[in-house]
Design a protein around this ligand. Sequence first.
Ligand SMILES: Cc1cc2nc3c(=O)[nH]c(=O)nc-3n(C[C@H](O)[C@H](O)[C@H](O)COP(=O)(O)OP(=O)(O)OC[C@H]3O[C@@H](n4cnc5c(N)ncnc54)[C@H](O)[C@@H]3O)c2cc1C
Length: 476
Amino acid sequence: MSRSENQPSIVWLRNDLRLSDNPALTAATSEDRPLVVVYIHDETGDGIRPLGSASKWWLHHSLTALDAALQKLGGQLTLSHGPATQVLPALVDELGATSVHWNRRYTAARDIDAGLKASLREQGLTVESHQGNLLNEPWHIRNGQGEPYKVFTPYWRAAQERPVRDALRAPTTTTLRWLAGSPASDDIAEWNLLPTRPDWAEGLRETWTPGEQGARNRLESFVTERLADYHRRDEPAVDATSGLSPHLRFGEISPTQIWQRLRGTGSTDVPNPARNNVAKFLSEIGWREFSTALLFDNPRLATDSYRPAYNAFPWGYTVDQIGGVDEPAGVSEVEAWRRGRTGIPLVDAGMRELWHTGTMHNRVRMVVASFLIKNLLIDWRAGEQWFWDTLVDADEASNPANWQWVAGSGADAAPYFRVFNPILQQKKFDPAGEYVARWIPELGTKNYPEPIVDLAETRREALEAYTAVKAAAASN
Ligand SMILES: Cc1cc2nc3c(=O)[nH]c(=O)nc-3n(C[C@H](O)[C@H](O)[C@H](O)COP(=O)(O)OP(=O)(O)OC[C@H]3O[C@@H](n4cnc5c(N)ncnc54)[C@H](O)[C@@H]3O)c2cc1C
C-alpha cells in the first residue's frame, strides 16, 4: 500500500454523537482511507457558547458511549481540547490527513467552520460539510420573497413539501479501515465535565441513558408505548411525550431517523391509535427546525430581542443585578424561583423537576417562564441562562427561541397580554394535583411558603409595562 493510501480521513464530530445516519461519517468511510474520528472540547472559540453544567454531564456520558461503540468496531474516539481553529489543523498536520468531514452547525460557531474549510482547502485538503442535524437546511425554506419565515405554520407547510432522504446505516467492521497506531487522545476525566463536590447528578443518572443506544431505545419505547397518548402531551403527570430532546440536542439520533421511523420507510408497524398522533409529534420536530432556522438568521438570539421594540421593556431588575448561575441570585424572588420556593405549586414543581432530572415538562416550562417574566418582571435572559445551565437538552436555538416566545419578543410569539395564570394552568392540566404532589411533598403543610407575589396585581403591572413596548413599536 502506498503512503498516500495510508493518509487518513478525519471526521470531526460536534453535535452529532452517533454512528448511524451520520452523513459526515458515511462520506469519510466511502473514501476508503484509514479513519480518525475526533471530538474537540472547545470552550473559548469565537461564537462558542460554553456548555452549562447539566449539558457537561450529558456530554461526558455521550462521548464515553460513543467511544465504546467505536471500540466495538475496532477503532476509538480521539479526544482533544482547545480552540478548534488550532487543534484541527495541528491534527491534520500530525496525521498527514487528506480529507476532513463534518456535519453542519447553525450557531455563530459556524464562522469557525467556514474559516477552517477555507484554510484547509487552500492546503489542498478535501473538506466537506454535510447536512446531518436537520431535516432541511435553513436557507432551503424561504418564503415567496426569498426571506426567512417569521411564522411557524407556513414555515412547516413549506418544509413538509420537501422530500426527506433515507436514513444512513452505521458503518460496520467490513466498511471501516482504521489508522494503524491511534493518535494521542485526552483522558475525558481530565475535562472535569462531571460534578464532584457536591455530586448533584443522581437524579440525572436515574432519568437518562445518554448515547445512541439510549436514544434508539427512547424512540422505540415512545412509538410502542407513549405515542398513543401524545394527545395528552400537555398534562405533566402523564408520561406521553418522547423524552428525545437531549438525544436530539447532542445528535445521538437525527430528525431524519425519527421522520423515517414515523412517516417513511420504517413506519409500517406504527400501531393504529398512535398513528393519529404522528403529525402533531412531527410538528414539534418542526419547531426544533424552525428555532434553528431563527438562530441561523439571528445569531444573537440568546442576547438580543428578535423584535427590537422589546428593548424598551422596563424590567424590574437587570441580568447583572441577578448575577451568574454559580452563585445565589442577587434578587430574592429569582432565588425562590430557581429553588422552587415561590409558593405557587405548579411553578415550584416544575423548577424542582428541573433541578432533580435536568428536564421539565413543556407546558410547565411555559408557565415558569411566564411567571418569571410577567409576574416577577425579570428579564427573560436571566431565565434563559438558568435553563442553559440546568437543562440536559439546553439548546442554543430552542432555548432562547422559546424564552422569547413566552416574553412576546420572539418570532411567532405569544401575544404580550397572554400571562399564564399558574393556578388555572394547574386546574386545567394537573387537575388531580398529581404532578405538584410528586415534586412538593410538603405541599399543604406549614413548611410550604406563602406565594411571594400576588398573581392578579403583578399581572396588571406586567400589562402596564408592556405599554412601553407598544409605544416603542408605534414610534418605529
Ligand atoms: C422556556 C422554554 C425553554 C425551552 N428550552 C428548550 C431547550 O433548551 N431545548 C429543547 O430541546 N427544547 C426546549 N424547549 C421546548 C420543549 O419544552 C422541549 O423540547 C420538550 O419539553 C422536550 O420534551 P420531549 O422530548 O418529550 O418533547 P416531545 O413533545 O416528544 O417533542 C419531540 C421533540 O420536538 C422538539 N420540540 C418540542 N417542542 C419544542 C419547542 N417548543 N421548541 C423547539 N423544539 C421543540 C424537541 O426536540 C423534542 O424532543 C423549551 C420550551 C420552553 C417553553
